[in-house]
Write a protein that binds this ligand. Structure first.
Ligand code: FAD
Length: 449
């Protein structure tokens, strides 16, 4: 590779970064794709991993494998930590906490969002969010361990609290998790215990609005609500979760009124998102404006004002109320790559135009919603369309094949074949036999300069 070629640094190998890098393969530039994880994660199926339907291997693909055949693309593992826009360098933290520096001519920021606790970071201690593979594995551990602990307790309030699951947020992720936990209880575990009746597990879903899946048309979200009720999910609307404790949650009506307490040992948080810390650092260093969630305001071509060499794509874009969906990230990645190619050809850049290709949400086995323009599907038809779309976008042929095979097997036997979870190694005293790190001191957050 010639050192004269332009160096493109893409931070984040999610949907935006992946599509940008793919489009730059074979282009006359040297691409570095940096991610703090070694793999691309297919977030839309995280909840299936969290509830034992799919393994982490089904929904992720090593970035190194993805780009192994492209000599102009190198992938690096590390967390971007500091941007120097004058020197055009990014300092990166290795997993052993040492650092190295990567320089660039063009920077594409595709680092995505993380879970937000809306000003109550302390809730994270008790209520995991769902954005990463670690989150999915932690949620899996908590759900299945809760049933195990309940089995060892006599009937009474403590046992009931282990069999009560609370989900904050009635968007697609909250709906998917709530429905799946009821299916775990009624279809997967129903014949496996002697003392408890797993199907008696309560699943509570809390949302500040007046319906689930607000981004869908009212008739579709009403259908989703009916199906969730049929599954046994208890929905509470017009409320905010205002406290999360080791043994329960408090919810408060948005319009004022009495608080309600619910005793539960498992709380899952899907109620908000915010920019990852490095994106906030970038905005600060560049003096760029952001919205409340930390999305960065950009020019029509998705570059930061005053920095035509820095693109922001995907969930981090704060412009035109673009949705935080995979399609916007993929199109943003393709757009940034197209601009880089036009620069090389001496042609003017074009503004970014997002084409809404619709949305889909899984409700339960045999039931999903699909909304594409005037087309609205639900029930089995929606489910079939949902399945086809997800398989089409899953990264890697082997992941697609193995996911279809696993789905077919679980449809045939109502089974979940990826329920394994870890509880600490017996021969390591520093690893206590616990299913959570709840009582351990919270680690210090990394420093962003
Ligand atoms: C549970 C869940 C379900 C979803 N379901 C759907 C769905 O059904 N349909 C849909 O369209 N959308 C869905 N989404 C939204 C969709 O996944 C996102 O819109 C999309 O992933 C955004 O892509 P992105 O490239 O902006 O960020 P991401 O895909 O989040 O990728 C960001 C990448 O940046 C990396 N990163 C972060 N910080 C750093 C750093 N400092 N240094 C290096 N790397 C870093 C991360 O490791 C990650 O790989 C879902 C999201 C979640 C969480």
């Amino acid at each position: 590779m010639s050192s004269q070629r332009r160096k493109v640094l893409i931070i984040g190998g999610g949907f935006g970064g992946l599509f940008c890098a793919r489009r730059l393969a074979k282009v006359d530039v040297d691409v570095t794709l940096l991610d703090r994880s070694a793999e691309h994660l297919f977030q839309p199926l995280l909840y299936q991993c969290a509830t034992g339907k799919l393994s982490i291997g089904h929904i992720s693909r090593p970035l190194r494998e993805e780009f192994a055949r492209h000599s102009n693309i190198r992938t690096l593992l590390g967390e971007a930590n500091e941007l120097d826009p004058d020197a055009r360098t990014v300092t990166v933290l290795r997993p052993d906490e040492t650092t190295f520096v990567v320089d660039y001519d063009v920077l594409v920021l595709a680092a995505g969002m993380r879970q937000s606790y809306l000003g109550h970071e302390e809730f994270a201690h008790w209520a995991p969010g769902m954005k990463t593979l670690d989150d999915a594995l932690e949620i899996r551990q908590r759900i299945f361990t809760a049933f195990e602990i309940a089995e060892t307790l006599p009937p009474g309030p403590e046992r009931t609290s282990w069999l009560t699951f609370a989900v904050a947020g009635g968007g697609p992720t909250g709906v998917e998790l709530a429905g799946q936990i009821r299916e775990v209880a009624t279809l997967t575990l129903n014949n496996e215990f002697h003392s408890i009746q797993p199907e008696e597990a309560r699943v509570l879903l809390f949302d500040g609005g007046d319906r689930v899946l607000k981004s869908f048309a009212p008739d579709l979200s009403a259908k989703a609500g009916e199906k969730l009720t049929e599954l046994g999910v208890e929905m509470h609307f017009g409320v905010h979760v205002t406290d999360v404790r080791r043994d329960g949650v408090t919810v408060t009506a948005k319009q004022g009124g009495a608080q309600q307490q619910f005793e539960t040992r498992t709380v899952l948080w899907t109620a908000g998102v915010e920019a990852v810390p490095f994106a906030r650092h970038v905005a600060e260093v560049l003096g760029a404006s952001t919205d409340r969630g930390g999305r960065i305001q950009v020019e029509p071509d998705l570059t930061v004002p005053g920095h035509p060499e820095i693109f922001v794509i995907g969930d981090l874009v704060g412009r035109d109320r673009l949705p935080g969906v995979a399609e916007n990230a993929m199109q943003g990645g393709l757009h940034a790559a197209a601009c880089i190619r036009r620069d090389l050809a001496g042609q003017p850049r074009r503004p970014y135009r997002y084409r809404d290709l619709g949305s889909a949400a899984y409700i339960s086995h045999g039931n999903a919603l699909l909304q594409v323009g005037p087309i609205r599907l639900s029930g089995y038809l929606g489910w079939a369309a949902w399945g086809l779309i997800h398989i089409a976008f899953l990264t890697g042929v082997s992941n697609r094949i193995s996911t279809v095979v696993t789905w077919l097997a679980s449809i045939a036997r109502a089974g979940r074949y990826h329920r394994a979870f870890m509880l600490g190694a017996a021969d390591r005293p520093e690893q206590r036999y616990t299913y959570s790190t709840w009582d351990l001191p919270e680690p210090a957050p990394p420093e962003y300069r």
